[in-house]
Design a protein around this ligand. Structure first.
Ligand code: SAM
Length: 226
């Protein structure tokens, strides 16, 4: 069996009881960075667990070996560095390959934190419907994507790294410049000591981009165009 286990996005207290039980009970844990998952296990006082690293650059053979172990009856857990595996991280590759094997492997999910859900719920923007973008493309398609936000009548949520947050916010401000009252929330360091959710508008976005603390992790939420 494969258990897909979500892990905290910053605050260890957000780990669920089922996640702890499953991490303790499994034979091995498939993870992105063994140091990150090793620290989580140490904090949870779970010792001597085999960690199998499988990240975006791992080759297909590595996933094949994971599948062989599952077929042999082992109980493996899939985690990412933080949050829900597969949400803008390499977890989806593993799950989709396992789903496409000819042998039936049971897959269970142990849900928990995800940064985009936390950001949406704290945003105060309408979230009955939303569009999840993940990380915007680095080059090709970027302007087209930001331009398409003009007509979007659902709330939009995207991830951005500390290195690109200012550039991305300024480009969104340019793309939506004819909708100056459109609401936005920049969520930073959710569940951590310096957590903040900055409420702004497209008109003030460049100023926000300039002044926001350029440290940590960011989720950008853009209100609907109504
Ligand atoms: N799988 C993760 C999830 O379920 O949220 C996302 C992984 S993605 C590689 C990492 C990105 O998630 C960061 O660059 C940031 O945009 C966002 N993120 C993760 N933790 C965050 C936090 N505590 N506060 C704000 N954003 C966070």
């Amino acid at each position: 069996m494969l258990s897909i286990v979500s892990t905290p996005i910053g605050n260890l207290g957000d780990i669920t009881l089922r996640s702890i039980e499953t991490l303790k009970a499994c034979d091995a844990i498939v993870c992105e960075d063994t140091r990150v998952t090793g620290s989580l296990l140490k904090a949870l006082e779970i010792e001597k667990k085999e960690l199998i690293s499988c990240h975006g650059y791992s080759d297909e053979k590595k996933i094949d070996r994971i599948i062989e172990r599952l077929e042999a009856g082992e109980h493996l857990v899939l985690v990412s560095d933080a949050g829900t595996p597969g949400i803008s991280d390499p977890g989806y590759k593993v799950v989709s390959k396992i789903r496409n094997t000819k042998y039936e492997i049971r897959i269970e999910v142990i849900p928990g934190p995800s940064a985009f859900l936390a950001a949406l719920s704290v945003s105060g923007l309408p979230i009955n419907q939303f569009l999840y973008i993940g990380f915007p493309p680095l080059k090709k398609g970027r302007q087209t994507l930001f331009g398409s936000f003009k007509d979007e009548d659902r709330t939009i949520v995207l991830y951005e790294s500390v290195h690109r947050i200012e550039k991305t916010l300024c480009e969104i401000a340019d793309a939506l410049s004819d909708q100056p009252d459109r609401k936005m929330v920049i969520a930073r360091e959710l569940t951590k000591m310096h957590e903040e959710a900055i409420h702004t508008t497209v008109a003030d976005l460049k100023e926000t981009a300039n002044t926001i603390t350029k440290k940590g992790e960011f989720v950008v939420v853009i209100g609907p165009n109504r």
